[in-house]
Design a protein around this ligand. Structure first.
Ligand SMILES: Cc1ncc(COP(=O)(O)O)c(C=O)c1O
Length: 433
């Protein structure tokens, strides 16, 4: 494995104020606070307590372990930016900081560190995949009507260059009526003779639908083994109990600054070695030795593309990127299943209280297997933006879905209590009259 630009310094690793880089990285990892109760978890956030926050999935509030990790790195970088960043990035593998971060992510998603590329968002990851795939005129990318702007636009922009086309298929009319079988069969019915790539979103931020990705990937690959599957995983990672790298998609892009609570401006991209090998890098990387050597020798890099070659280079907000591992370690300490169960419990509680009201239409499936942390709904006779405004008057932060068809959304997360859930749900019921 030669992921890093190895630079064996004659002098010992740069020390800043007596703090080695690795020690700085590990300072945040030990000890993690007590996370054994949900009150203890909630206490890690410095959210304004005057408000009930039901839009935390939009962008994370950093919990204390993440704030501490960012602050540790920031202080070190402000004291000695050159030495800290130079040795953190280009030091031998055992001390390479991005590789430590990739290792923490890999452990959480059930994959290999060398298959993880660090990005700044879901959007960046999707753009790198679709621009990197060797598509040409005559090829078709099938995506669904339920995907985010960033997904559709990544395909459109890439297709403008390659000449490939995009076709959007519908997986359901109303998410609440969808079943695993209907989702699988609508996907298969949407594949045509020219289809080379399919794009899916694990959890739809339009409706709250969580697609049964394992079943869909299995059915797709059984019938069309050569069709590649790309997944936007942003509202699943940190909210669903899954070993994400084993779910079946060939490419997974996810921001980690939503449900994972990693620093704002961070994300990850995963593929296996074959998946990476197929991609053409778009942005020059800063960490792969072979790319750098090839450049100094005025030749193209040898060997197949790998994650390190696709990870965008340039200097970044490293105090944020290098603090990502704190969020993954926090999630591991809370327990992936325990977190997912809590999120399911809170959102089921919202759905149950909105169900059965004649004027409230919940579009998210009731089944926890087909939903995650988002509840999308409408109130007869009220615009979704007015629902959000009225809730704000009651100090409840809700949101609307940024799609052609707009719904109001409440998202129960680890920052909420069951009592807050009841307050928000009852406020919606009162609005409906
Ligand atoms: C489904 C989905 N994909 C992508 C994004 C964009 O995420 P990011 O900020 O990580 O690019 C969003 C934003 O909320 C989203 O809901």
């Amino acid at each position: 494995m030669d992921l890093t630009r190895r630079r064996f310094l004659a002098a010992p690793v740069a020390l800043t104020g007596g703090l080695s880089l690795l020690a700085a990285l590990e300072a945040h990892a030990s000890p993690l606070p007590d996370l054994s109760t949900w009150d203890a978890v909630r206490a890690q956030f410095s959210l304004d307590p005057a408000w009930a926050h039901f839009a935390s999935f939009f962008i994370a509030s950093h919990p204390a372990p993440v704030r501490d990790a960012i602050e540790t790195w920031r202080r070190a970088m402000d004291r000695d930016p050159f030495q800290v960043i130079e040795s953190g990035m280009f030091e031998e593998e055992s001390k390479n900081v991005p590789l430590k971060v990739q290792t923490a992510i890999a452990h959480y998603i059930g994959g290999r560190a060398e298959d993880v590329a660090l990005t700044r968002s879901t959007t960046e990851g999707l753009a790198l995949i679709y621009h990197g795939l060797p598509l040409r005129a005559g090829d078709e990318v099938v995506v669904t009507t339920h995907d985010h702007y960033s997904h559709h636009e990544s395909i459109r922009l890439a297709n403008e260059r390659s000449g490939a086309t995009m076709r959007k298929i519908k997986l359901y009319d109303d998410a609440k009526d969808a079943t695993v079988d209907s989702l699988v069969s609508n996907l298969l019915a949407g594949i045509g003779p020219k289809t080379r790539v399919v794009g899916l979103t694990w959890v739809h931020s339009s409706t709250g639908m969580r697609l049964p990705i394992r079943e869909m990937a299995k059915a797709l690959k059984a019938r069309h083994p050569d069709v590649l599957l790309v997944m936007d995983g942003v509202h699943g990672i940190g909210a669903v109990d899954e070993t994400i790298a084993t779910m079946g998609p060939d490419y997974i892009a996810a921001g980690t600054h939503k449900w994972m609570f990693a620093p704002r401006g961070t994300g990850m991209l995963w593929a296996n070695a074959d998946g990476w090998g197929r991609l053409r890098p778009v942005v020059p990387n800063f960490t792969e030795w072979e790319s750098y050597t090839a450049w100094t020798e005025d030749r193209a890099p040898n060997g197949p593309t790998n994650a390190a070659r696709v990870a965008p280079g340039g200097f970044h907000a490293f105090e944020h990127q290098w603090a990502m591992s704190a969020a993954f370690e926090m999630h591991e300490a809370m327990g992936r299943k325990r977190v997912a169960d809590r999120i399911a419990e809170l959102n089921t509680r919202i759905k149950q209280q909105l169900a059965g009201h004649a004027k409230i239409h919940v579009h998210t499936p009731q089944s926890p297997a087909l939903s995650a942390g988002l509840v999308a709904f409408e109130i007869d006779g009220m615009k979704p933006e007015d629902v959000v405004k009225r809730l704000r008057e009651e100090k409840i932060v809700a949101s609307t879905s940024p799609y052609a068809v707009v719904y109001a959304r409440l998202a129960g997360s680890l920052v909420n209590t069951p009592e807050e859930v009841d307050r928000a749900a009852q406020a919606v019921v009162r609005l409906a009259g």
